[in-house]
Write a protein that binds this ligand. Structure first.
Ligand SMILES: [Zn+2]
Length: 173
């Protein structure tokens, strides 16, 4: 099923650990880009549901597409959502955009590879899917949910501590 939100849990944990060196927006965008092909197949009823997009080669190409488009889309979104407290528009570096997109696309291939029998992650070298059933779908969903919750907790603790130390820095200086 395309566009399931549980994948974002892993992204939230990585965001919490890497903070400004990771863009959750570009990561999320890459999840949508990855599932455009399955959506097309679902709507048209022909083709392989998880086809070339859900291979490591396809994922690499879509990571580049996600980084190139996601950087500008995310910067635009962040201005609209006003997640930036300053009036300066937020800039996402190319390095952060590419890291986030590659983490997004490769984790997507792995997670879908565990869940879906038609994923061929190592195409064209191998048509088999050694990841299938490595973890049960129920445990995979739990893993994504818990990493999301733990990630959100870590993220807010770090943000809170940063704000606190910024305040005391301003007071001391
Ligand atoms: Zn997918």
């Amino acid at each position: 099923m395309p566009f399931t939100p549980f994948r974002i849990g892993t992204g939230i944990l990585i965001k919490a650990l890497l903070q400004g060196s990771f863009s959750l927006m570009v990561f999320g965008w890459s999840q949508i880009v990855m599932d455009l092909q399955p959506l097309w197949v679902l709507l048209n009823g022909h083709g392989q549901l998880h086809g070339f997009s859900h291979t490591f080669i396809g994922g690499t190409l879509l990571a580049v597409v996600s980084a190139l488009t996601g950087k500008y889309l995310s910067e635009f979104d962040l201005v609209i959502l006003r997640l930036s407290k300053s009036f300066q528009p937020i800039k996402i570096s190319w390095f952060v955009a590419f890291i986030s997109a590659f983490v997004g696309c490769f984790s997507h291939v792995i997670l879908d590879g565990i869940m879906h029998s038609d994923v061929q992650p190592f195409y064209p070298i191998s048509l088999s899917n050694p990841m299938l059933g490595y973890v049960s779908v129920a445990n995979l969903h739990k893993f994504c949910l818990y990493t999301g919750l733990i990630g959100a907790a870590i993220f807010y603790v770090v943000q809170w501590r940063n704000r606190k130390s910024n305040k005391s820095f301003k007071r001391d200086s």
